[in-house]
Design a protein around this ligand. Structure first.
Ligand SMILES: [Zn+2]
Length: 479
C-alpha cells in the first residue's frame, strides 16, 4: 500500500467496515462541522456552511420564482398558543424545549422554543387575512428550530438545525393542494438536479404524516448503506389550523370562509444525504453545481520560478467561468491532493514546470480519480463540460445504486430476508391498516417511507396480513 493510501486508512474508517464511523470521520475530516457545547448541537464550519448556502440559494430562487416572499417570525411561542391545535401539540410535545425563567424570575407562562412555526403563522394569518383579495398569502422563512432529540448525529438529527419553512394560505382546497404538490416538485428538482440525488416521491401513510396535516408528501433518498433518508416534506392542512386559529376571509359573495393551508420544509439534514449518497472512502464528493469550489488549482514544484505566477494567471483566467480556488501554501502537493479530495472538490488542476513548458495542465476528477491532460487553450471549453459530466455521473451512479437496492417482497419471510441480505427500498403491497404498518416496524425496524405516486401491483395481498392489498408502499430502515 502506498503512503498516500495509508494516510486515508488512518483518517477515515472504510465504509464497508463501519458505516456509522465512516460518516462521523468524513463529517470531521472534511471540515464540515464541530460539536457544540450542548449535546446534540453543532457548529457548521465554513466548508459545510458554504455548501448549505448554495443549496439555500437554489431553493430561495425557486421559492421566489413561484411567488413566495421571505419573512422572519420569532423564536418563541407561548405555551397557550401551542395548545390550540391538539394533534400538532401532541406530535411535538416530547421534543419541545421550554423556557421557564427570564433571568432569575420564573415566567407566568412557559415559552416554547419553536420546533416548527405553524402556530405563529396561524396567529399572524388570523389577524392579517380579511378578504379573498389577500389570498393566496405565500410566505417562507429561513430559520433555526429546536427539537430536543435523545440520540443525535451531525446533520442527520441535531437538537437545533437550520431549515426553511414555507407557510401558505389559499382560498380553495384545490389551490392549496396544488401548492403542496408544487413545492414537493421544487424540492425534488433541487435534490436531483443540483445535489444529484435521485428522489422517490409519494405520500406518507396516516401514521407517518405530519402532526396536524391532512396529508404529507415526501421525497425519500437511499443512502449508501441501504437506509432511507426523508429529505423534504410538503403538508396539506386543509382547514384544520384555520379552524383552530380562526383564519377566515370574506369571499366574493360576502361569506366568511376558512382558508386552506400548506406548510413545507427542507433542512440541513439534506447535508447528511449528500455525504451518504456520494461520499467514498477518500471522503466527501460534492456535485459540481452546488460545490463552493468547483476546481482547485494545486501548483506543483511551486518554488520553481514562474510556477506560482502561472497558477495565479490561470485562476484569474477561469474565475469568471467557474468557482475556482488556488492553494499557494507551502504544504506538499501530495498533502494538498489528499486534502481537497477529502473535502470533495470536484476537479483538481495540477500545474508544474513541465506542464507550463508544454502549455498544458492535468485535470483530476474527484469522483472517478481519472486524469486527463488538457492544453491551456482548450481549458475554458473542457472544464465546464467536465463539471457537467461529473454532475451527471454522480446522479447516474446514485440511481444505479438505488435501483440495485430496490427489491420486491410479497410476504414477511421475503421481507426479512431482504433486510438481512440486501437492505434498501422494499416494494410491497399493503392493506392500508396501521396495525400491519406497526407490526412491520416492530418485527423488522423498517418503516413505510411513502406510498409512491407511481403505483404498480406486485401482488394482490398485503405483505403483512395477507388480506386484500390496497396500495404499493416503499419500506426501508431509515435515518
Ligand atoms: Zn395488512
Amino acid at each position: 500500500m502506498g503512503k498516500k493510501n495509508k494516510q486515508f486508512v488512518e483518517k477515515i474508517t472504510a465504509m464497508e467496515d463501519d458505516f456509522a464511523q465512516w460518516y462521523t470521520d468524513v463529517v470531521k475530516q472534511a471540515d464540515l462541522v464541530d460539536y457544540g457545547a450542548v449535546r446534540g448541537t453543532m457548529v457548521i464550519k465554513p466548508h459545510g456552511y458554504a455548501i448549505w448556502e448554495n443549496i439555500q440559494a437554489e431553493l430561495d430562487r425557486k421559492f421566489k420564482e413561484t411567488g413566495h416572499s421571505n419573512v422572519y417570525f420569532p423564536l418563541f411561542i407561548p405555551e397557550s398558543m401551542l395548545q390550540k391545535e391538539k394533534d400538532h401539540i401532541e406530535g411535538f410535545a416530547p421534543e419541545v424545549a421550554w423556557v421557564t425563567h427570564g433571568g432569575e424570575e420564573e415566567l407566568a407562562e412557559r415559552i416554547c422554543v419553536r420546533p416548527t412555526s405553524e402556530v405563529l403563522f396561524g396567529e399572524y394569518y388570523a389577524k392579517n387575512i380579511h378578504s379573498y383579495r389577500d389570498l393566496p398569502m405565500l410566505y417562507n422563512q429561513w430559520s433555526n428550530v429546536v427539537r430536543w432529540e435523545k440520540t443525535t448525529r451531525p446533520f442527520l438529527r441535531t437538537s437545533e438545525f437550520l431549515w426553511q419553512e414555507g407557510h401558505t394560505c389559499h382560498a380553495t382546497a384545490d389551490d392549496a393542494q396544488e401548492e403542496t404538490a408544487r413545492m414537493l416538485e421544487v424540492y425534488k428538482d433541487v435534490a436531483e438536479n443540483y445535489l444529484a440525488i435521485p428522489m422517490l416521491s409519494g405520500k406518507k401513510t396516516e401514521k407517518e404524516k405530519f402532526a396536524g396535516a391532512e396529508y404529507t408528501l415526501t421525497i425519500e433518498a437511499l443512502m449508501h448503506d441501504g437506509k432511507a433518508l426523508q429529505s423534504g416534506t410538503s403538508h396539506y392542512f386543509g382547514t384544520g389550523f384555520a379552524e383552530a386559529f380562526d383564519i377566515r376571509y370574506l369571499d366574493k359573495e360576502g361569506d366568511q370562509q376558512p382558508v386552506h393551508q400548506t406548510s413545507w420544509g427542507l433542512s440541513t439534514r439534506i447535508m447528511g444525504a449528500l455525504i451518504m449518497v456520494h461520499g467514498d472512502n477518500r471522503g466527501l464528493v460534492i456535485p459540481p453545481r452546488i460545490a463552493p469550489t468547483q476546481v482547485m488549482i494545486v501548483p506543483v514544484a511551486q518554488h520553481k520560478e514562474g510556477v506560482l505566477d502561472k497558477a495565479y494567471d490561470l485562476r484569474d483566467q477561469l474565475k469568471n467561468l467557474i468557482r475556482v480556488g488556488i492553494d499557494p501554501s507551502d504544504k506538499m502537493p501530495g498533502w494538498k491532493f489528499n486534502e481537497y479530495e477529502m473535502k470533495g472538490i470536484p476537479v483538481r488542476i495540477e500545474m508544474g514546470p513541465k506542464d507550463i513548458e508544454k502549455e498544458q495542465v492535468v485535470l483530476v476528477r474527484r469522483d472517478t480519480g481519472e486524469k486527463e491532460f488538457v492544453g491551456l487553450d482548450k481549458l475554458e471549453l473542457r472544464l465546464p463540460e467536465l463539471l457537467e459530466e461529473i454532475q451527471q455521473g454522480l446522479y447516474d451512479k446514485a440511481l444505479t445504486h438505488r435501483n440495485e437496492k430496490t427489491t420486491t417482497a410479497t410476504d414477511m419471510d421475503e421481507f426479512k430476508k431482504i433486510l438481512e441480505e440486501t437492505p434498501g427500498f422494499i416494494k410491497a403491497m399493503w392493506c392500508g391498516d396501521t396495525e400491519c404498518e406497526e407490526k412491520i416496524k416492530e418485527e423488522t425496524a423498517a418503516t413505510s417511507r411513502c406510498i409512491p405516486f407511481e403505483q404498480e401491483t406486485v401482488s394482490d395481498k398485503c405483505v403483512c396480513c395477507g388480506k386484500e392489498a390496497k396500495e404499493l408502499v416503499y419500506w426501508a430502515k431509515a435515518y
